[in-house]
Ligand binder design. Structure first.
Ligand code: GLN
Length: 319
């Protein structure tokens, strides 16, 4: 039974109202029109417990694109299909401390193996590994996994995809480098299409909270009553979220919030609280948390989202 009461929901509303003001320290991503148009004052949150009980505040149902949060789902998908060791032969599990789209370490780390699947080089490699001979087949595999989680077919925001595609020079450069070093399992343009379409899937905070919830429960989908991913794969994904999920701010986030999380450049943050044996915890059975706040900092993380999560972790004593 949920331990949520009116008092706690009012508290959450107040925090959202307060942290929304912090957003002025960030800016919406501006490299494509759809992201530039987002309202920087938006801040929304959805928390889902294993019972399906949902707590929301602020602009929780405003749609946004998954962007880098998709990297967690594609990594899980590739591991489910190939097994963990096949995937880890092609992408490492080390944090970099560099920007998400950094090129520099690819050549430093001979023979060019990407450092982790949460940065672009690793994520593009993972997208190329999805099963199928064409981008469509690879995407269908990913969409089916997404649908298993959310019970609805994912919708790609075509406008976002097209502008990502036309402006993706750095990702194209990364992909060519990966192709040269042998880490790409398909053609450059095919890997890019898969990667950029998965980034352009439209969601709201409820859907990413649901993904978080399933990760909190080590791959068990409580609403379906079914283990949908192997426990080991999900634990690995969470370790990567904790160490690399917030880009080059992952260390600080682990220190001050202490929850596995993945952010995206559109301002989404997917995070979770694992089940904890503390009677006074508001979510002893664990929960998934989805946040949307499009004004981001220089690392690419939602400013208001991170500051709201700091308060939640502190006040509700989760870490
Ligand atoms: N589409 C963006 C990119 O690949 C997504 C990255 C992100 O969310 N940080 O550059």
């Amino acid at each position: 039974k949920s331990k949520w009461d009116r008092k706690r929901m009012d508290e959450l509303e107040q925090w959202v109202a307060y942290h929304r003001l912090q957003a002025s320290e960030g800016k919406c991503a501006s490299y494509i029109p759809a992201l530039r148009r987002a309202d920087p004052t938006h801040l929304g949150i959805c928390i889902i417990e294993p019972s399906g009980h949902k707590i929301t505040a602020g602009e929780w149902d405003v749609p946004f694109t998954l962007q880098s949060i998709s990297k967690v789902v594609s990594f899980i998908a590739a591991c489910c299909h190939h097994g963990i060791s096949y995937v880890l032969d092609r992408v490492d599990v080390e944090p970099t401390g560099d920007a998400f789209n950094s090129i520099i370490r690819l050549e430093m780390h001979k023979p060019g193996k990407p450092f982790n699947p949460m940065i672009n080089a690793g994520a593009i490699t993972v997208s190329s590994l999805l099963p199928g001979d064409t981008p469509k087949q690879k995407l269908d595999y990913l969409y089916a996994i997404f649908q298993k989680i959310t019970s609805s077919a994912p919708v790609v925001n075509e406008e976002v995809f097209v502008s990502e595609w036309m402006t993706s020079h750095r990702n194209r450069a990364l992909s060519h480098y990966l192709k040269d070093t042998g880490y790409l399992d398909c053609e450059v343009e095919e890997a890019l299409e898969v990667y950029l379409k998965q980034c352009s899937i439209e969601v709201n905070t409820e859907q990413i909270a649901l993904i978080g919830l399933i990760l909190a429960l080590d791959g068990y989908h409580p609403l379906r009553g079914e283990q949908i991913f192997p426990k080991q794969v999900v634990r690995l994904a969470k370790a990567l979220m904790l160490t690399c999920g917030m880009y080059d701010a992952s260390g600080k986030f682990a220190a001050y919030v202490g929850l596995p999380a993945k952010s995206g450049v559109s301002g989404g943050i997917m995070t979770l609280v694992p089940p904890i044996l503390k009677r006074e915890s508001p979510f002893p059975d664990g929960c998934g948390i989805g946040i949307f706040g499009p004004a981001i900092d220089s690392c690419g993380n939602s400013v208001a989202g991170v500051s709201l999560l700091k308060q939640i972790a502190h006040e509700w004593d989760v870490s």
